[in-house]
Design a protein around this ligand. Structure first.
Ligand SMILES: [Zn+2]
Length: 276
């Protein structure tokens, strides 16, 4: 989530036209997930949604083994900035880790949206093909098809937690944003601790223009992907950011480590809360 003032975010940049033959392949990016769909009893690919310009916004559901209580629904979103495919790659890797360690996903339904900005990914741009930073458009009555689809998913599934994955080319270390439920920061801290076995944390006092405390930021831009505003009991909301200039495989490993930790910690926190 690089610093972009609200004013500049609203100005549509000159659209960059990328010839069809030079576009990056969503199929290629999602091949690890799609191969899993064929072989896994847990992973489904929903009917993909066709956004404007015939783009497809892919959606997967990973259903863990049944746990003791209610199913915990998490929404995990990546590549809402089209030039940040690291999160999509991490989600492919996460699913293969879950397949090998079924207990990690026990009790969970993971709704996975690996490419929230398909046009931007294909063109290699932060913005969508319509020229917008989609991560400033939520809950403002946007008519962008990607936003309308994602907002309806967020309403429909009433997630217990929302996790978004980004990579930041201006940061030398890992950091994150917390919103929503108070326990969000109790999930992000252990997630960063696990991830920093792989990449350093960003300890700066100001990150992305916001005051930061040990790599944790408690503010966010207006219009970011998050839960419906004003809920009495909001879900936990976390954004994980990797340093984009770090080696790609390390960013993927760091995100997977963080996500695994969140699954373990959230299940634990729920169990504790139920015993009070
Ligand atoms: Zn981003």
């Amino acid at each position: 989530m690089r610093t972009t003032s609200d004013i500049s975010a609203r100005v549509r940049p000159r659209q960059r036209h990328v010839a069809e033959g030079q576009r990056r392949s969503i199929e290629g990016l999602l091949a690890p997930l799609d191969e899993r769909v064929v072989r896994s009893d847990h992973l489904l690919k929903h009917n993909a949604y066709r956004a404007g310009n015939e783009q497809v916004l892919p959606r997967y559901l990973y259903l863990g083994e049944r746990g003791g209580g209610d199913v915990i629904r998490l929404g995990i979103f990546a590549t809402i900035h089209g030039d940040e495919p690291e999160g999509a790659l991490a989600l492919g890797r996460l699913v293969s880790v879950l397949e090998q360690n079924p207990d990690l996903a026990r009790g969970y339904a993971l709704f996975i949206y690996p490419v929230c900005n398909p046009g931007g990914f294909e063109d290699g741009t932060r913005h969508s093909r319509s020229g917008l930073d989609l991560n400033r458009e939520f809950w403002k009555g946007s008519s962008e098809p990607e936003i309308r689809f994602l907002e309806s998913e967020i309403c429909l599934h009433a997630f217990h937690g929302i996790i978004t994955l980004h990579s930041d080319d201006t940061s030398d270390g890992l950091y994150g944003f917390v919103n929503g439920a108070v326990l969000s920061k109790h999930l992000l801290e252990p997630a960063l601790q696990e991830a920093e076995r792989i990449l350093p944390r960003n300890w700066e006092k100001i990150i992305d223009g916001f005051p930061a405390n040990n790599g944790i930021i408690g503010h966010c831009y207006e219009g970011v992907l998050r839960s419906v505003p004003g809920l009495v009991r909001p879900p936990f909301e976390l954004t994980l950011e990797t340093p984009q200039k770090a080696p790609l495989h390390l960013q993927v490993d760091a995100l997977v480590a963080a996500l695994q930790t969140i699954l373990v910690e959230y299940r634990y926190l729920i169990a504790v809360a139920q015993n009070i």
